[in-house]
Design a protein around this ligand. Structure first.
Ligand code: PRP
Ligand code: URA
Length: 206
């Protein structure tokens, strides 16, 4: 599977503070923004560009710009909302779709409760969800995105477990996955270790 792990001193610094149990929600949200921005830049490294003729104040030149088709970013509610803003701030044209998935606290199986997606045919689709634990939510999100026309949607997560990565690869072979950290594994309640706890709770102070 094409698994891309962020390798940057700044990413390591941000991740340490994000994981720290003493980090409060306001700082947690800022750190989530910062790591998501690094991930967004990395995951779009191979976007095509097209030539554009411009005039600098001194002379004409050929520059390069992003193509007109907007990217689509799809946060998996609710924790994925903490990863959307960097896309909105950075890319001039971006559409946002929403997928609501919630894990059952006992079984850790995700239930789909909301789906509002823009047209996905022919668009570059980025699914964002901070935690890839069992992989059930991500695999379900990829299935839904593909059923609405996405071809090879990419998955961007902050922390992944080996089990989650393997599940996505099993259900959707070849999916490109970008993560800031690949952790050790899951505990009995299917939380990532060492992880950072419940991302949604820490993001929203619940
Ligand atoms: C978390 C997380 C993922 C999912 C990962 O969401 O944001 O969506 O769990 O677990 P999995 O890989 O085992 O499916 P949660 O269901 O807790 O909902 P929330 O975002 O509303 O807090
Ligand atoms: N969801 C989270 O928020 N954290 C985990 O470790 C696993 C699932």
């Amino acid at each position: 599977m094409p698994l891309h792990i962020l390798d940057h001193p700044l990413a390591a610094h941000i991740m340490t503070h994000l994981r720290d149990a003493t980090t409060k929600p306001a700082t947690f949200r800022t750190l989530a923004y910062q790591i998501s921005l690094l991930l967004a830049i990395e995951a779009t490294r191979d976007l095509p560009t097209e030539a554009k003729k411009i005039e600098t104040p001194l002379e004409p030149m050929m520059g390069r710009v992003l193509p007109p088709e907007p990217l689509v970013v799809v946060p998996i509610l609710r924790a994925g909302l903490g990863m959307v803003q960097p896309f909105l701030d950075t890319f001039p044209d971006v559409s946002v779709g929403y997928l609501g998935l919630e894990r059952d606290h006992e079984t850790a199986v995700a239930r789909n409760y909301y789906c509002k997606l823009p047209p996905l045919e022919g668009r570059r689709v980025f699914l964002v969800d901070p935690m890839l634990a069992t992989g059930g939510s991500a695999a379900q999100a990829i299935t839904l995105a593909k059923s609405k026309g996405a071809v090879q949607p990419r998955l961007i997560c902050i922390v992944a477990s080996p089990e989650g990565v393997a599940e996505v690869e099993k259900q959707h072979p070849g999916t490109r996955v970008h993560v800031a950290a690949l952790d050790r594994g899951l505990n009995a309640k299917k939380y990532i270790l060492p992880g950072l706890g419940d991302f949604g709770d820490r993001l929203y102070g619940t």
